[in-house]
Design a protein around this ligand. Structure first.
Ligand SMILES: [Zn+2]
Ligand SMILES: [Zn+2]
Length: 252
């Protein structure tokens, strides 16, 4: 992950109108996975506006990665222009998947993900820059980002709150919760687009005992699904139902 500065020349325009167009471009890049996180500080430095963003890779803002919405937002800026300066690697954030090919993906996020892409490569388990995946209909990853926001809200409820804790837990764990049904439908869509399996992760927060955890079967089809050795943080995998899970955190 890299921190970058994007400088926009002012081109004699009224500042508020210009700032609005800059925000539109940043939002288009965000929904296309070219920038990470939803906070983009902007500074008026006299002759230019400067925005500070985080990038999955040094070339993430290259025009070749723009979708139709980012291209339109760039055109709307004219005659103003912009330049990108990569300031350096962010030492506090993980790197993104650099595998030359990927054999499978998993939809995965959590309440501390802070804007990390919600798709992980199942080979290296690093997050995948969304714009490197085929575009869904509409050329944006908005649905994936909305699912990640819902997941994060449910994870926050079960981790940090005294209200809705059980609701959050059930949404994360049950394969047929509304959160899981939405996520699994996104997995199927992504699998069609990429041609490789896309798994959905069921997060179990609590259990009576480790022994009962080890006896768990796939909650969707009832098959044996224990992984030995485990894969990354996963102890269970059902290839047929495209589900992954791990031994409940409190007895792991
Ligand atoms: Zn990878
Ligand atoms: Zn199954």
């Amino acid at each position: 992950m890299f921190t970058a500065k994007v400088s926009f020349s002012k081109a004699g325009e009224n500042l508020e109108a210009m700032a609005e167009r800059v925000i539109e471009l940043l939002a288009a890049w965000d929904k296309n996975g070219q920038i990470i996180g939803n906070s983009w500080p902007i500074a008026d430095i006299g002759g230019a506006l400067e925005a500070f963003v985080q990038l999955p890779a040094v070339d993430s803002l290259g025009a070749v990665h723009n979708n139709v919405w980012a291209t339109r937002a760039v055109e709307a800026l004219l005659p103003a222009s912009y330049s990108v300066t990569v300031l350096g690697r962010d030492p506090c954030r993980v790197g993104l998947c650099a595998c030359p090919s990927r054999s499978a993906f998993v939809l995965f996020t959590h309440f501390l993900a802070n804007g990390l892409p919600p798709v992980r490569c199942l080979d290296c388990f690093d997050p995948v820059a969304l714009y490197t995946l085929p575009h869904p209909e509409g050329e944006e990853y908005l649905e994936l980002l909305q699912w990640a926001a819902d997941y994060s809200a449910c994870d926050t409820l079960q981790m940090l709150s005294t209200t809705g804790e059980r609701f959050g837990e059930q949404q994360l764990w049950r394969h047929d919760s509304s959160l899981s049904r939405h996520g699994r439908s996104l997995c199927s869509q992504l699998e069609l687009l990429t041609g490789v399996p896309v798994y959905y992760y069921l997060h179990k927060c609590r259990s009576r005992s480790r022994a009962s955890e080890l006896q768990r079967r796939c909650p969707s089809c009832g098959s044996e699904w224990r992984l030995d050795p485990r894969l990354h943080l996963f102890d269970f995998q059902c290839r047929k139902c495209r589900l992954l899970s791990a031994i409940a955190r409190d007895v792991a």
